[in-house]
Design a protein around this ligand. Sequence first.
Ligand SMILES: *Cc1c(COP(=O)(O)O)cnc(C)c1O
Length: 398
Amino acid sequence: MNKEGKELDVKVSRKAILPFSLPSIDADAIEEVVDTLQSGWITTGPKTKRFESEFAKFIGCRYAIAVSSCTAALHLALDAIGVKEGDEVITTPYTFTSTAEAVLYLKARPIFVDCRKDTFNIDPEEILPKITPKTKAIIPVHFAGQPCCMDEILEIAKSHNLKVIEDAAHAFPARYKGRMIGTIGDITCFSFYATKNLTTGEGGMIATDNEDLTAMMRIKSLHGISKDAWMRYSAEGSWYYEIVRLGYKYNFTDIQAAIGIHQLQRINDFHQIRAKYAQMYNEGFKDLPELVTPWVKPDVEHSWHLYVIQLVLERLRINRAEFIKALKAEKIGSSVHFIPLHLHPYYRERFGYRAKDFPNAFDLYQRVVSLPLYPKMTEDDVGDVIRAVRKIVKTYRK
Ligand SMILES: *Cc1c(COP(=O)(O)O)cnc(C)c1O
């Protein structure tokens, strides 16, 4: 372990494949984990409380509740606002399954609204026609870290008495018209999964300003117990507790918090590096008509969770799968975000969707490639990716 607080080297040799994603865990975080393990308190406790309060301060929200995942956060949030059997919740098919899965846990129905082709985000203009008397909420997903059109979404929600639950798994830290994501909708859900901008291995956070919803989500995140375990077992607590609701086991551990506290201290640096690398990619690809680079709205600060290029397939002799194979041959890892939900067998069979039901999502899906973008990459790595992409484009252009 390096005592200077420097990154431990998980060596990415120039001859080895550049992984699509790698976490940045420093020696301070590792020491904090060891300290937690030796402290005797390894599940939800003082470090979780500290991480929650530092996260809330960073975001500028009143309450932050650490939970086991963003999926759990979405489930608790929808449950807290009263989504139940027979209700409808509007969201986008251009997302990970968690977003719609959480709606289905509550026996409500996800209603998909197609995404915009410029931002990949839910098209506010398409929301209105999908609202029915059963609609309870809207879940905007800030794709790749670019905030959705929140003013329009909030306006629709207000005029139809709907709640707004944000899926901000990609959007930490991000701003919409100067406001931090996490301070806008009724409840915002973040992910600390291994590939996300801030990671604790697995984990999630709920941000809200609503005291009643916070109390409900806290209780339900831990079996519906009226006092959390830390209060119960600490000197000031007691042995007594009551089960007041049907809850879930969605708690966060102090081992995760030990990592999160140190990730949070570095998040502004991480963000700067992501933004710089995204800019390097933009520069590196700007003369290639075979690629569309990410378009960023002027009124947002992008978190640069993902850097997604679109292949102009009409100008290439290969498809996306072949492009990814060629990247792999150049030792560059990549990924696809997302396979739209309506194309997956479960959603297709349950709701009878056809590919063209959401034409923008379907079209984008066939063109997208996510390139490596993370602070542990070096500028040389970014250069390697640019060279590899340019080589493939030049080899296979029409
Ligand atoms: C990663 C992700 C999630 C789920 O996060 P977990 O913490 O793994 O549950 C939800 N929504 C989107 C858009 C994601 O990318």
